[in-house]
Design a binder for this molecule. Structure first.
Ligand SMILES: Cc1ncc(COP(=O)(O)O)c(C=O)c1O
Length: 374
């Protein structure tokens, strides 16, 4: 059994992908070829925004908008400590400081009710709060109705980090369309992944889109030899765009299948575990199916048992960002974000992908439920 079975997906679309790659090899436009522009058009349409700017990774999809807003030394960016390092790393790369906010105990996403406190905290530290990066953790969109209001009231730029949440929605509004900018990752294991690194940025702000396009190609002006600002080499390869075009054709069906897998888990895993909660009118893209054991030792027990039965299991995330060595210098300590810290001690993720069989699911459920019988 695999944690994420990319081969099962490849079998379905292999011939079409081969044909797409062949076509790129034939036309030879490996950088910014026609597939890149076709994908951008299709994705902007899918998300429901005016502009999609593909780029080299989900990390660069966060870095580019921050660069476009000139965020840097002396600035603060509010975000969650319960995410992958990339979310905060881009803030630090630019010399700004990540100000963390604890997560909601039910959804594990940033607790919107604590954001304003963090804004005050940043100001008290002598920093200038400039932006919020909210994360759609494990596929579930954050509480944007509230977060957008707070961002607008405090004049903060809002980025939706939907690296894990692409394909999800709130009241039929697609992930990637919230805030000023949405950013996603095409890392292979993500719900919408390619066969290498890749990412995309979404916005309806025309002027911002132009600046971000320029940053993506070395701060280009009239062309890439006319340089009007500091930029990066942040383009998506044409071959990856070609692969994603074929994956997009089956993506909605895959989201439906992921939701069927998650429903079956939720109906059959013992209620002794804390299972994922999806608020009404929210759709998750189920990047992960993550549950909480009662305690850290209970989790160890479960992991041992899963490993003994040859069942893959992962922990996202064992060390919250505020306790990572890289952030020692900011001065956070144990106890600063009790919900995040408690979750990180008890959480684990079980196999989740659109092609997971009922038989494999039943096997996993049996192991998990047996733990609480012993
Ligand atoms: C929440 C989040 N943000 C950003 C990223 C960065 O994406 P990439 O690996 O494509 O740079 C990831 C990838 O794991 C992620 O999970």
């Amino acid at each position: 059994m695999q944690f994420i079975d990319l081969n099962a997906q490849q079998k379905i679309i292999r011939k079409k992908i081969d044909k797409r790659i062949q076509s790129v090899l034939d036309h030879g436009k490996y950088i910014m070829g026609p597939e890149v522009y076709e994908l951008e058009e299709r994705l902007a349409d899918y998300v429901g925004v005016k502009h999609c700017i593909t780029c080299s990774s989900g990390t660069d999809a966060l870095l580019i908008p921050l660069m476009a807003k000139n965020i840097g030394i002396g600035d603060a960016v509010i975000t969650t400590p319960f995410t992958y390092i990339a979310t905060a790393e881009v803030i630090s790369l630019l010399g700004a400081v990540p100000i963390f906010v604890d997560v909601d105990p039910v959804t594990f996403n940033i607790n919107a009710n604590e954001i304003e406190q963090a804004i005050h905290k940043a100001k008290n530290k002598g920093l200038c709060p400039k932006a919020i990066i909210a994360v759609d953790l494990f596929g579930l969109p954050a509480r944007y109705r509230l977060i957008e209001k707070i961002a607008s009231k405090n004049n903060l730029f809002l980025i939706e980090d939907t690296a894990q949440g692409f394909g999800g929605s709130i009241r039929k509004k697609m992930a990637g369309s919230f805030g000023n900018v949405g950013s996603t990752s095409f890392f292979p294991a993500k719900p919408f992944g390619c066969y290498g690194d890749g990412g995309a940025i979404f916005t309806s702000d025309e002027e911002l889109a132009k600046i971000m396009e320029s940053i993506r190609v070395h701060g280009s002006g009239l062309d890439k030899y006319d340089n009007v600002r500091v930029g990066i080499n942040g383009r998506l390869d044409t071959i990856q765009a070609a692969i994603l075009l074929e994956k997009l054709a089956i993506f909605d069906n895959e989201i439906t299948l992921r939701n069927q897998v998650s429903n079956y888990y939720s109906e059959n895993i013992s209620s002794k575990y804390k299972k994922p909660y999806i608020p009404r009118d929210y759709i998750s893209s189920w990047a992960q199916y993550s549950i909480l054991a009662h305690s850290s030792s209970c989790r160890n027990h479960i992991i041992n048992s899963m490993v003994k039965h040859g069942t893959p299991i992962m922990i996202y995330y064992k060390i919250p960002l505020h306790l990572q060595k890289v952030y020692n210098s900011i001065g956070y300590k144990n106890g600063d974000f009790p919900i995040t810290e408690k979750i990180s001690k008890c959480i684990f993720s079980i196999p989740m992908h659109p092609y997971l069989s009922k038989k494999d699911q039943d096997f996993i459920i049996k192991i998990l439920n047996a733990e609480y019988k012993n």
